[in-house]
Ligand binder design. Structure first.
Ligand code: FSX
Length: 417
């Protein structure tokens, strides 16, 4: 259908949508899709508890979201590749999602805003002066006075600090904003860090992934706007509704792992038959994400389904810890690694809906976080945090033997000499 949006002319989101030509049924359908994303947490057997005490009906989300009155969003892009924004923009597969995204009133974003130069800086100043949701893509360089990323001549760190002052909630989107990612990988020439290393003492919601799934980005923002509080988070600050399950537990290739049927090279029969990618480097057993469930491009596919190992991009420092990407993950004992993010992490915030008073929710998150810190819960350990003991990659061992020079051969006749 075609629709005509003339900006935010009516008091509420729903009234603006109706004016643009949508009806309540379209809106309910969209909210039903959001409800499905919220309900992903705990969907897999073995997950300790669902991220929600009970499924949230689409009608409840529609009522809360429909009543929103022009929320202001400031969306910064610092050291990054733009993949996260591409992902978010592509989460809108229907006209209603496009309309809602446009109405969200992103007052400042370098990629999509028409203003540039001084006008853009002015828009940022104006948005920073109001209560707003702050979304950050990209890492922050801290070396050499932050000269590696500046906006309008100001360092990224300074821009971030200013934008965070009046922010009701802060969401770090993408591995770069969460942990620094590739820019922070050794030797980290720019001294790149994630948002919560700059903005301390306040909760930062970490939507991890390189990039994160678009629906997870928009659902996290929608959750904040409709519930007025952060969703339940794990020990890494990631919303449990999207990060409480291991890739491994909902992977369509899992039966082949259990049966010991592995791809050993990308053009072998195992690859053609859709067998498990563990031996060619899949990090699914150590990675928490909803990729196999929500998938990408409106549920079309995801990397493992397409034949590529999971790189573990939702886990801490994956670029240092999970490389070489095509080497077999170490320490996957037997068949079935136990524990979920929730079991080893923190359940940070209760989920009772509290209107749209975001501030109250954020305060609750801060209190709960300090409670959990006091309880001494250990953070989830990604596999790369432990000592790296690589299991031998059968293919590499074979080819190393084949290419070994004569003097180092293990040939028995040589040994006898
Ligand atoms: Fe990083 Fe995002 Fe990877 Fe790229 O904004 S998480 S490099 S997809 O774009 O920050």
């Amino acid at each position: 259908m075609s629709f005509e949006l003339n900006g935010w002319t009516e008091p509420t989101l729903e009234e603006n949508l109706i004016k643009a030509g949508f009806d309540r049924r379209d809106f309910l359908k969209y909210c039903g899709e959001l409800a499905a994303v919220f309900a992903v947490g705990g969907a897999v057997a073995g997950s300790a508890t669902p991220a929600f005490a009970a499924p949230v009906p689409a009608e409840v989300i529609a009522d809360k979201m429909g009543a929103l009155t022009k929320p202001v969003v400031v969306w910064l892009q610092l050291q990054e590749c733009t993949g996260c924004m591409e992902s978010a923009l592509r989460s809108g597969g229907t006209t209603i999602e496009d309309a809602v995204l446009r109405l969200l009133s992103v007052e400042y974003n370098e990629l999509v805003m028409p203003a540039a130069g001084a006008a853009a800086n002015k828009a940022l100043e104006a948005a920073n002066a109001q209560p707003h949701v702050l979304v950050v893509n990209g890492s922050i360089p801290t070396k050499d006075g932050g000269i590696y990323c500046t906006i309008g001549g100001e360092s990224a760190e300074s821009v971030l600090r200013k934008s965070s002052e009046k922010a009701s909630a802060i969401i770090a989107v993408g591995a770069c904003a969460v942990w620094g990612s590739v820019q922070a990988s050794k030797p980290n020439p720019t001294g790149a860090v994630g948002v919560d290393q700059i903005i301390t003492g306040r909760p930062v919601i970490n939507v991890a992934g390189c990039p994160p799934i678009g629906e997870v980005i928009t659902a996290t923002i929608a959750y904040l706007l409709t519930h007025g509080e952060a969703p339940k988070l794990d020990n890494q600050g990631r919303p449990l509704f999207a990060y409480d399950q291991r890739i491994h537990d909902s992977c369509q290739r899992r039966a082949h792992f259990d049966a010991g049927q592995f791809v050993r090279s990308f053009d072998d029969d195992g690859a053609r038959n859709g067998w498990c990618l563990y031996e060619v480097g899949c990090k699914g057993p150590s990675t928490f994400a909803a990729c196999p469930i929500i998938k990408w491009n409106k549920g079309t596919s995801w990397p493992v389904q397409a034949g590529h190992p999971c790189l573990g991009c939702t886990e801490k420092n994956f670029f240092d810890n999970f490389t070489p990407f095509y080497s077999t993950l170490p320490n996957v004992g037997g068949f079935g690694v136990e524990g979920t993010a929730e079991a080893v992490g923190w359940g940070v915030v209760g989920v009772a809906a509290a209107g749209v008073a975001i501030h109250a929710g954020v305060t609750a998150a801060a209190n709960a976080a300090s409670r959990n810190a006091a309880s001494g819960n250990e953070p989830l350990q990604a596999f790369g945090d432990s000592e790296r003991v690589w299991l031998p990659n059968p293919k590499k061992v074979e080819s190393a033997d084949a290419e070994a020079p004569a003097e180092t051969t293990t040939d028995d006749s040589k040994k006898a000499e």
